[in-house]
Design a protein around this ligand. Structure first.
Ligand SMILES: Cc1cc2nc3c(=O)[nH]c(=O)nc-3n(C[C@H](O)[C@H](O)[C@H](O)COP(=O)(O)O)c2cc1C
Length: 150
């Protein structure tokens, strides 16, 4: 399922956590179910498709109030405020949880990101077996296309 929205300021805790997220402005009645998902992220300020770690919910660990849709984009550094992102959810990893401490939340997010990036590796491995998937990988920016010989 594809979600699109403009990046708006969050509570700015993500930076302290070490996992800054882009918070998307999405109408509450179209938000997906709470959880943590792997997603493909596209946007006008992104030079390629990224794999992102998406969190949907009211952030029970930090006593958030509203349900939010936010995405951490490993490997991307830059300012996305005010720009539109399109996020396609690929796979649900787990549900939202209330952790006993920020430290525990941080450890879990590290684990989530590892898992999400390993999905990317699985995709690469599958690519080696099935040529018709290569195009998808190139689109995802997972594979550099070989320079053409002159
Ligand atoms: C991959 C990922 C998983 C997350 N999982 C949870 C969770 O299970 N419980 C929770 O309370 N917050 C979770 N969060 C949300 C963080 O609490 C949130 O990103 C942080 O508080 C920063 O929010 P802010 O940018 O609005 O300040 C998750 C965030 C990410 C990126």
């Amino acid at each position: 399922m594809l979600y699109r929205g403009v990046v708006v300021p969050g509570d700015r805790l993500g930076r302290k956590l070490g996992y800054p997220t882009a918070n998307l402005k999405i109408s509450p009645d179209v938000l997906p179910k709470d959880g943590v998902y792997a997603g493909e992220v596209r946007g006008e300020k992104l030079s390629r498709v990224y794999i992102g770690a998406v969190s949907v919910g009211n952030k029970p660990t930090v006593a958030g109030e509203k349900r939010v849709f936010e995405v951490y984009i490993p490997g991307f550094k830059g300012n996305l405020y005010g720009s539109e992102l399109q996020v396609s959810l690929i796979k649900k990893i787990r549900g939202q949880k209330k952790f006993a401490s920020i430290e525990e939340l941080k450890r879990q997010i590290a684990e989530d990101v590892r898992k999400i990036l390993s999905l990317k590796k699985e995709d690469r491995a599958r690519d080696r077996q099935t040529p018709d998937r290569r195009k998808t990988s190139r689109l995802l920016g997972l594979k550099k296309s070989r320079p053409k010989k002159a």
